[in-house]
Design a protein around this ligand. Structure first.
Ligand code: Z5A
Length: 214
């Protein structure tokens, strides 16, 4: 039975999710609240293997293959969903049952924005298909860090992986996809402007998290 809170963080490349999650973890711990940080793809043995395949990176180093050109979008979606199924079972649900606050760097909305919208599989199709995997493991709150992809990519320029290396048009579609989702699920998804300072992004995120947990 779920007792904790499930909070996910979404955004385009370089939107600042990882930095923000680190600050939120410190803040929650200073309030003596138990929390765990986890991420997708990854966080289980299977998930970390799949992450190497789908991002074509091992320990930060590029793997050389022609997968960028050959990986079918449906196959790509299935790899992310396989990682998610294992992640839910091994990490997310057990942590929520122990009353933890789960801070998750990317989750199902990424599949919908990236594979559903940017890769053209269809937003509603991916929502329907992925619902079989996630069942009731639905976030209590999703913080979406909104940023112009030009600014986001300029923050991570030195280490672009297989997906980050896509054309600007692709990154614009990801942003559109997240905006469509935020309109579809306004109670769950909160949009935060990620172009401002880290401190201001943090303050805005804490306002939303406090409404949930306090
Ligand atoms: N993907 C998918 O297609 N489908 C799925 O279902 C899932 C994922 C789950 C995962 O890559 C990739 O998989 C991702 C989506 C796809 N696409 N790509 N590529 P990842 O986990 O390796 O990367 P990421 O999630 O995209 O993270 P990132 O690009 O490394 O960025 P970030 O975590 O959002 O940002 P950061 O590391 O916190 O910050 C980046 C830099 O900006 C860093 O130097 C910070 O100090 C700086 N920063 C952060 N905030 C600010 C502010 N406010 N001002 C200035 N500078 C800042």
């Amino acid at each position: 039975m779920k007792k904790g809170f499930f909070i996910t963080f979404e955004g385009g490349e370089g939107s600042g999710k990882t930095a923000l999650i680190g600050s939120i973890k410190k803040y929650l711990e200073s309030r003596k609240l138990d929390c765990i940080v986890t991420r997708e793809p990854g966080s289980t043995k299977l998930g970390e293997h799949l992450r190497e395949i789908v991002l074509q990176e091992k320990k930060g180093k590029k793997i050389s293959s022609n997968l960028s050109k050959t990986l079918d979008p449906k196959a790509e979606l299935c790899l992310f969903l396989a990682s998610r199924a294992q992640h839910i079972k091994e990490v997310i649900l057990p942590s929520l049952e122990k009353n933890n606050i789960v801070l998750c760097d990317r989750y199902n909305d990424s599949s919908i924005a990236y594979q559903g919208h940017a890769r053209d599989l269809g937003i509603d199709k991916v929502i329907e298909f992925s619902s079989f995997i996630i069942e009731d493991a639905i976030p209590d709150l999703t913080i979406y860090l909104d940023i112009d992809p030009k600014i986001g990519l300029s923050r991570v320029q030195s280490k672009l992986d297989r997906i980050e290396s896509e054309k600007m048009e692709f990154h614009k579609k990801i942003r559109d996809g997240f905006h469509i989702l935020a309109k579809k699920f306004p109670k769950r998804i909160k949009i935060i402007d990620a172009s401002v300072s880290k401190e201001d992004v943090f303050k805005e995120a804490i306002k939303n998290i406090s409404k949930l947990i306090d």
